[in-house]
Design a binder for this molecule. Structure first.
Ligand code: ACM
Length: 266
């Protein structure tokens, strides 16, 4: 299976241009799954809720999901991508999975970061795993990384690959995703963005790039630079994620001592 990410700097508010860029970059791409950054079609730093309401779209009936479905179908590639979602007056920082046969599912970001809390509702979709061509794909969005429960629950639900659209501004996640991969024995694809945004009176945000694909042993299979635009694709054997045995004696899922973890649910 060939999986990848596209790391770039979206143009704030210009959904058409951002989608044209994706269409151009993914033409003739030889990949089965490509992950795009969080909020890839709108940009990230909204100045107020009115702006978010204007840019947000329905899923799957909005412009961005519709275009992604066409790009997916034209290029025979599944895509996971972050989208600014509007459901009546409610706003979500969401991600979709589209495949060449159409819309497959969505995830609404659970753990909101910083000023996202001013605009978005915490996600209410739970952590779902979608099966595409026999491969199980879980989705989480950016700051979900700091809660190991997110990657854990996706893994317990059978994810072989965790697709992770991101707009990272802190420097820790890329390192931590190696651990998320090791502790769950899963592949992770973090698609981060580059560039910066300084909108209205807000403090400038610098996005950290360094998109990466990490294997179940924590090995970095592919990594982008901190400031380069990059389409990265690599061959993986997703079946490796189904072996949770670390050695002859340890299975990292079966060896858990659940009776000692009750505080996790308080
Ligand atoms: C983030 O969750 N976009 C840092």
């Amino acid at each position: 299976m060939r999986v990848g990410f596209y790391q770039f700097s979206p143009e704030f508010g210009n959904k058409k241009a951002n989608l044209e860029k994706i269409r151009f970059v993914l033409r003739d791409t030889d990949a089965d799954l490509i992950v795009l950054p969080e909020l890839f079609s709108t940009g990230y730093q909204f100045v107020d809720k009115k702006e978010v309401l204007e840019l947000a779209e329905k899923i799957p009936d909005g412009f961005t999901t519709g275009e992604l479905m066409k790009i997916s179908n034209e290029n025979n590639v599944s895509i996971v991508a972050g989208i600014c979602e509007r459901d009546d007056e409610k706003l979500f920082n969401s991600a979709v999975l589209v495949t060449p046969s159409g819309f497959t599912g969505k995830y609404r970001k659970t753990h909101l970061f910083f000023e996202e809390k001013l605009f978005f509702e915490p996600g209410d979709t739970d952590f779902n795993v979608f099966t595409v061509g026999g491969i199980n794909i879980g989705i989480m969005v950016c700051f979900d990384w700091i809660f190991p429960e997110a990657a854990r629950i996706l893994s317990l639900r059978g994810a072989d690959i965790i697709a992770h659209p991101s707009n990272l501004v802190l420097p820790y996640c890329q390192e931590a995703m190696k651990t998320r991969s090791i502790e769950n024995s899963v592949f992770t694809i973090t698609a981060n963005r580059i560039g910066n945004e300084k909108r209205g009176n807000k403090k400038e945000l610098n996005f950290t790039g360094g998109s990466q694909i990490t294997g179940p042993d924590g090995e970095i299979l592919l990594k982008a630079g901190n400031n380069e635009e990059k389409l990265g694709v690599v061959d993986i054997e997703p079946g490796k994620a189904r072996n949770k045995k670390l050695n002859k004696y340890n299975d990292i899922i079966r060896d858990r001592k659940k009776h000692l973890y009750s505080e996790l649910l308080k």
